[in-house]
Write a protein that binds this ligand. Structure first.
Ligand SMILES: Nc1ncnc2c1ncn2[C@@H]1O[C@H](COP(=O)(O)OP(=O)(O)OP(=O)(O)O)[C@@H](O)[C@H]1O
Length: 335
């Protein structure tokens, strides 16, 4: 049976005045229904590009190689009609800062009603106004908001409430996969924790697959079973969240984990470690391992050896020469 989402050797470049900008390099990944996967990495490492490719939402300047399979169907070659159906009922996205995209002059209920009326879903028996309104009320309750908020305008809700509305919008047509791109950025820590809890509950209740993107490893580790760490367009580590967070096999993941305070660890809360240097220019990557100029443990070998993912543990892979080379290297998960 096909995985809910499978990326096979995904490579994405942007055509620009500077020439081709490599944004994603040879990523292999699978996500099954009911699973949660976090994608971490600094700004510009290719997280959003990768996520947007899943719903074919990239600009025309993007050149995509490899395969993006949703339930075994390649998104890149779907007809527009099929793609429209897949975008609501197959997979949906909660964008970074999406709460600002709510229409300020439309009531919340009317905004939620639109996709339900057009595409069905959210348990609406028909697209009659009464059935759609009932479905809107149920959707609001599902994301922890009272039904009366259907009558509210966006400016009457807090940031956290608006982000819940955006999650409700993403769930409106009963998608099997939800991609959440920095869903808690710009929310205060308490509200952030509530939204993360909500996303976790939705996965366990409805069995959707969740791909969550953040630059903050600790936020992802709270919600996701597995973590993928990206650097300069490549996936440099993939494994169970606890292992990637607490026993990282790649020095970049280690630096990323140390860069954010960890809940429950007073020492790290007091002194998160910054990561020196900047990510490389994607059009001018250093030779060897792209992380070696910033790596605290790099050796001469790293200046010339660009390692693909190696098996650190049965479920844990990292692209570093320090991981023993006893198993065949792959560009990602075995496909
Ligand atoms: N439309 C575009 N045209 C040219 N280059 C682009 C375009 N969009 C993104 N890029 C480049 O592709 C690379 C990956 O960008 P992307 O936005 O996917 O990274 P990201 O990890 O999601 O960053 P952030 O966390 O800041 O959103 C970067 O080098 C970026 O400059």
């Amino acid at each position: 049976m096909s995985a809910l989402l499978e990326l096979r050797d995904l490579t994405i470049d942007y055509r620009s005045r500077r020439g081709l900008v490599p944004a994603v390099r040879g990523v292999n990944l699978t996500l099954e229904a009911g699973q949660t996967l976090g994608m971490a990495g600094e700004s510009g490492c290719g997280k959003s590009t990768l996520a947007m490719s899943v719903l074919r939402l990239l600009p025309k300047t993007a050149v995509i190689g490899g395969e993006v399979l949703l339930d075994g169907e390649d998104v890149r070659t779907m007809s527009f009609g099929r793609l429209r159906a897949v975008r609501w009922a197959g997979a949906s996205v909660v964008f970074q800062g999406a709460m600002h995209a709510l229409n300020p002059v439309l009531r919340i209920g009317d905004q939620l009603a639109e996709p339900i009326t057009l595409h069905g879903g959210a348990g609406a028996k028909s697209n009659s106004p009464a059935d759609v309104q009932r479905a809107v009320g149920e959707l609001l309750e599902r994301v922890g908001l009272p039904r009366r908020h259907a009558k509210a305008y966006p400016h009457e809700l807090s940031g956290g409430q608006k982000q819940r509305v955006m999650i409700a919008m993403a769930l409106a047509c009963g998608p099997r996969l939800v991609i959440a791109d920095e869903p808690t950025t710009a929310l205060d820590v308490m509200v952030q924790a509530q939204v993360l809890k909500l996303l976790g509950e939705l996965v366990s209740e409805s069995g959707i697959g969740l791909m969550m993107i953040s630059h903050d490893l600790s936020v992802l580790a709270q919600t996701c079973q597995r973590l993928a760490v990206m650097y300069a367009g490549r996936m440099v580590e993939l494994g169970p969240s606890a292992q990637v967070m607490h026993q990282p096999a790649h020095p970049y993941s280690k630096a990323l984990a140390a860069a954010f305070p960890t809940v429950g660890d007073p020492a790290s809360r007091m002194a998160p470690q910054g990561l020196p240097g900047d990510p490389p220019d994607p059009t001018n990557l250093p030779g060897g391992c792209p992380f070696h100029p910033r790596c605290p443990v790099s050796t001469v070998e790293c200046e010339s050896t660009d390692v693909l993912l190696r098996q650190a543990d049965p479920e844990h892979q990292a692209a570093c020469v320090r991981v023993p080379e006893n198993v065949t290297e792959t560009a990602g998960e075995p496909v």
